[in-house]
Design a protein around this ligand. Structure first.
Ligand SMILES: NC(=O)c1ccc[n+]([C@@H]2O[C@H](COP(=O)([O-])OP(=O)(O)OC[C@H]3O[C@@H](n4cnc5c(N)ncnc54)[C@H](O)[C@@H]3O)[C@@H](O)[C@H]2O)c1
Ligand SMILES: [Zn+2]
Ligand SMILES: [Zn+2]
Length: 385
């Protein structure tokens, strides 16, 4: 089969690799009909993780079931399914609690003591291949496959966003404890930040502020109903206080991660976290879903190399704020978010800028990584003729 393979920093190619196959009786194999490129892939693409060469990338996957393991009960050949980017077992202590992003059974025990969680095609998240390919092995298929309703084909480009960014954006608003009628500030107008804005709108936020330095992405935030805040227009905290009677936003979300940069394009790892503390009101909650890593040897910043930032803990503490972090537990949301798509209450496909065949993936990585104008979200169709 054809698959997008990582060969080193900024080097990916579409190669012929062995076909995905059933390895355990609880697996299925799907034929990918849509798979996305994600901002998380860029951390790997840029060589800023320890992902191994030869890895097939791709964790935002939707397709048709073509092979079914003997112990799979509810998933049948021909079913159209979307997969959470996390791989869970459904029966460990964390999966039982709904924390499917922290599965103990599927985690790679070699990574680090105390770590949990697994994902397709991801650094430090187990040996699983990704889905930027023609076929994909899905472990514990009964648990991981979300079967789609009869409009699966028609709304495929919406449903594929259930694999990651729509639930992740939603998760950011839940970690931020957004309540109807409250305001939220969202840092980052990438796909995840935009999905957080859409989630906040659906949940009845009174004001949604989205911060970024990319005008094309901020225009999408406006389309969703948010107030765009450009990083070039001065201090973010001052701008937000002016719009919120001097108090700051009721809550906030970080949707950028450890590679956030200043307006000159230089990475400043603590910039957004400290701005978030500053721009959210006293007692407000912060949802941090942008990725931060335990070590980042590729960073120029001394603290970041060992996974630390100079955080305004004093201001955070004095303001009595709370913080939630980590991978989204996609299973906790995807079934209900699918209903919102099915009943026309959410249209996450509105952020798609490019729909391409798998062969064009290396080119797409380059443009998306450069944050080239208009390259907001790329989806790939690996099995289209
Ligand atoms: N927690 C999870 O489960 C989860 C899931 C998916 C993605 N993520 C992470 O979420 C983050 C965002 O993903 P994405 O796909 O939207 O990525 P992206 O890289 O496309 O978007 C990030 C955006 O942040 C903007 N930005 C950079 N520095 C900024 C600053 N100082 N102020 C304001 N804006 C700034 C960029 O211009 C860009 O538009 C990534 O770190 C990704 O790995 C986490
Ligand atoms: Zn993703
Ligand atoms: Zn589990």
């Amino acid at each position: 089969m054809k698959a997008l393979v990582y060969h080193g920093p900024k080097r990916v190619s579409v190669d012929t690799v062995p076909d995905a196959k059933i390895e355990k009786m609880t697996d299925v194999v799907i034929k990918l009909t849509t798979t996305n490129i994600c901002g998380s892939d860029l951390h790997m693409y840029e060589g800023r993780t320890d992902v191994e060469k030869g890895k097939i990338l791709g964790h935002e996957n939707l397709g048709e079931v073509v092979e079914v393991g003997k112990a799979v009960d509810t998933v049948k050949k021909g079913d159209k399914v979307v997969l959470p980017f996390n791989i869970g077992c459904g029966f460990c202590a964390n999966c039982e609690k709904g924390l499917s992003g922290y599965c103990l059974t599927c985690a790679d025990p070699k990574v680090m003591p105390g770590m949990a969680g697994a994902a397709y095609g991801f650094a430090g998240m187990g040996p699983y291949s990704g889905g930027q390919a023609q076929y994909l092995r899905v472990p514990y298929a009964d648990y991981n496959c979300l079967q789609l309703p009869e409009d699966a084909d028609k709304k495929e480009n919406d449903y594929v966003m259930l694999s990651d960014i729509f639930p992740t954006g939603w998760h950011a608003t839940r970690l931020a404890n957004l309540q109807p009628g409250e305001s939220i500030i969202i840092y980052g107008a990438g796909p995840v930040g935009l999905m957080a804005a859409m989630s906040a709108r659906i949940q009845g936020a009174s004001q949604i502020f989205v911060v970024d330095g990319q005008a094309d992405r901020l225009a999408l935030a406006s389309e969703i109903g948010a107030t765009p805040i450009h990083t070039k227009d001065g201090d973010i905290g001052d701008q937000i206080r002016e719009l919120t009677h001097g108090l700051g936003a009721d809550c906030g979300a970080e949707c950028i991660g450890y590679q956030c940069s200043n307006s000159a394009g230089k990475e400043v790892p603590n910039l957004v976290m400290n701005s978030l503390v500053d721009s959210v009101k006293a007692t407000g909650s912060l949802g941090i879903i942008g990725v931060f890593v335990p070590k980042d040897p590729g960073s120029d910043d001394k603290l970041a190399k060992v996974g630390q930032i100079a955080f305004d803990l004093g201001k955070f503490w004095f303001k009595g704020q709370k913080m939630g972090t980590g991978q989204c537990n996609v299973k906790a949301y995807n079934r209900r978010l699918a209903e919102l798509i099915h009943h026309d209450k959410a249209n996450p496909s509105m952020i798609i800028s490019h729909e391409l065949p798998l062969e064009k993936a290396p080119e797409a990585y380059k443009h998306f990584d450069n944050r080239d104008k208009g390259w907001t979200k790329v989806i790939l169709k690996p099995n289209d003729a």
